[in-house]
Design a protein around this ligand. Structure first.
Ligand SMILES: N[C@@H](CCC(=O)N[C@@H](CS)C(=O)NCC(=O)O)C(=O)O
Length: 219
């Protein structure tokens, strides 16, 4: 058994699982992936031994259990990456933390109306409320890239937790045809071209499990 294990859901649907998975992959951490199909009759039974919240993702590191995507990313950065998951400079780091927290706690219409589905590829007209959320994300991406992105193609130049938290958004924006400014579009494309995001999408598209319980709004 490996020291680091990550419990994830279906790659096709589980947006929050993608965040820490991508961080581990990008920083070349050796880990075991434990996949549990969501919304099946036996899902709670299978998640029970791992997940206090009965949700994914969950990180198991020796005797430590961490759940909830953002707190898992924080833990990985602190315990496994010597802090390298965040930008080093305090101003950049606080900005990165703020946009991650905003992504994690806000955007209810995006999470409900445009759930991640790697197999989806059709235009889904956004409500006015969703248009406003897309505009806010566009502003976050464009401003962050302009202010802090000079040393590379990611939000803070080099790859960070901020890119992990927005990777599922890129998959949704691409799937449903979000209208973006050119700077935001370029950044979305950077995320979609990331080889590990590509791998996740490819594996998600191969999955066969249908959602047997009404699709939860925050999958
Ligand atoms: N705030 C949590 C949300 C986790 C979450 O909602 N996970 C979904 C899959 S992406 C899940 O496990 N759903 C199962 C359920 O709701 O029964 C996080 O960031 O990890």
């Amino acid at each position: 058994m490996k020291d680091v294990r990550l419990v994830i859901g279906n790659k096709n649907y589980s947006s929050w699982s993608l965040c820490p998975w991508l961080l581990l992959k990008m920083f070349d951490v050796d880990f075991e992936e434990i996949q549990i199909a969501l919304y099946q009759d036996n899902t709670a039974e299978k998640l029970g031994p791992y997940s206090p919240s009965l949700k994914v993702p969950v990180l198991l590191h020796r005797e430590v259990t961490v759940w909830d995507s953002l707190s898992i990313c924080e833990y990985i950065s602190e315990e496994l990456l010597g802090g390298a998951g965040w930008p080093g400079n305090p101003k950049r780091k606080s900005n990165a933390r703020s946009i991650c927290a905003e992504m994690h706690s806000e955007f209810p219409h995006l999470k409900k109306d445009w759930p991640m589905n790697c197999k989806a590829s059709y235009r889904l007209l956004p409500s006015d409320a969703l248009v406003n959320e897309i505009a806010r994300i566009d502003a976050i991406w464009s401003c962050t890239r302009r202010r802090f992105g000079e040393t590379g193609n990611y939000l803070f130049g080099r790859f960070s937790i901020a890119d992990c938290m927005f990777a599922p958004v890129a998959v949704c924006f691409d799937a449903y045809g979000a209208e973006l400014s050119s700077d935001a579009y370029t950044y979305m494309q950077t995320l979609l071209d990331n080889p590990f995001v590509q791998k996740w999408i490819t594996e998600g598209r191969r999955e066969k499990e249908p959602l047997s319980i009404a699709y939860a709004s925050n999958a």
